[in-house]
Ligand binder design. Structure first.
Ligand code: SAM
Ligand code: SF4
Length: 339
């Protein structure tokens, strides 16, 4: 386990993180960078976002130390995200290091897939068993219009290779009215012969520019699937944010994530560390603890644990309350929050 040389404190006291609503927080999403090789319209403007300075992102060692602290606090699942996490030097080593923590947490990855080809073997060797791959169109031209970059073929190749390698796959599609909702049935069709999950996500107000995105609700998304496909609700593990459905005759399944309607807050078990090292207890809330400042001020593990517990003790009941409280005004990019 990595600990800073000046940290002579004993390991933090074990004990899970429970918020005032009684929800156990055992899932951490870690944004390892805010840099990205795409410019998805719903995530950032064409010129990109104001990036965190190189010295201001957490080092791999700092993230490893936080991984140790949070797993001691009961975190069982860590998702590496960003920005594009595979742009971060050392990301695969970090994953391997987190997997080796005493509690062997599940370490997962969310990626746009552009750099998967050269990283998949190492990711599997590091212990990644499931990948969330973002893909918003099956049509190369439409994908380029949404992401403002080239590389669609690489993402499609990555999708097939993940499955060939026997890794779990969830394909995430942000539904953008007027741009890709007509492709929803084609995405469902992908699950006919592939054992994977396709999840349709409501667009959320995190485009880094504060430009309102055209809304579409989970129910409206469902209505676009229904005419062509027979769906059966599936049980989902506690804390999952997607409404999951089996599709008649398909190997895979489909889900809807009502991230804007926020229908899943009552069972949300997530914490986030954003690209600045800020701890967020809700996607819609502001950073509650400057973990980077604490790490660099030489705080002990116990001091960090106390600050995390304090933030968790103030966790609001849902994303609507957190948004009201944060007054952020939708200006942030999902790439810096760590979507
Ligand atoms: N770059 C990686 C990727 O795209 O998979 C990881 C980071 S990205 C911020 C994580 C997820 O957030 C992606 O599935 C992306 O589609 C989603 N996302 C980004 N901005 C969003 C928004 N405004 N509304 C809904 N989902 C969004
Ligand atoms: Fe990059 Fe992911 Fe945001 Fe697209 S959604 S711009 S790939 S961080």
């Amino acid at each position: 386990m990595f600990r800073l040389a000046n940290d002579a404190s004993p390991a933090p006291m074990a004990g899970s993180l429970r918020d005032p609503q009684g929800r156990t927080l055992d899932y951490l999403r870690l944004a390892v960078t805010d840099r990205c090789n795409l410019r998805c319209r719903y995530c950032m403007p064409s010129e990109g976002i104001k990036l965190v300075g190189h010295q201001d992102v957490l080092s791999i060692e700092e993230m490893q130390r936080l991984g140790a602290i949070f797993t001691d606090l009961g975190v069982r699942k860590i998702r590496i995200t960003g920005g594009e996490p595979l742009l971060r030097k050392g990301a695969v080593d970090l994953i391997a290091g987190l997997r080796q923590l005493p509690s062997s947490p599940d370490v997962l990855l969310t990626t746009n897939g552009l750099l998967l080809d050269q990283n998949l073997d190492a990711l599997q060797a590091a212990g990644v068993k499931r990948i969330n791959l973002s893909l918003d169109s099956l049509d190369a031209d439409n994908w380029r219009r949404i992401t403002r970059r080239d590389g669609h073929d690489k993402v499609l190749r990555a999708m097939d290779r993940i499955l060939e390698m026997g890794m779990g796959l969830k394909l995430n599609m942000v539904v953008l009215p007027g741009r890709n909702e007509h492709e929803i049935p084609d995405f469902v069709a992908l699950t006919r012969d592939r054992d994977m999950s396709v999840r349709f996500i409501e667009p959320m107000p995190f485009d880094g520019a504060g430009k309102p995105l055209k809304a579409i609700s989970g129910d409206e998304i469902m209505a676009l699937i229904h005419p062509a496909y027979e769906l059966q609700p599936l049980e989902n593990p506690e804390g999952a944010v997607d409404k999951l459905f089996a599709v008649d005759g398909h190997k895979g399944n489909v889900g809807v994530i009502e991230g804007h309607s926020r229908t899943f807050c009552a069972s949300c078990r997530r914490l986030r560390i954003d690209a600045r090292g800020g701890l967020r207890t809700c996607l819609y809330g502001k950073s509650q603890v400057d973990l980077r400042a604490m790490l660099r001020a030489g705080c002990t593990d116990d001091e960090i644990v106390a600050a995390v517990r304090d933030a968790v003790s103030r966790r609001l009941e849902d994303g609507l309350a957190a948004e009201k409280d944060s007054k952020l005004g939708g200006l942030e990019s999902m790439a810096s929050i760590g979507g």
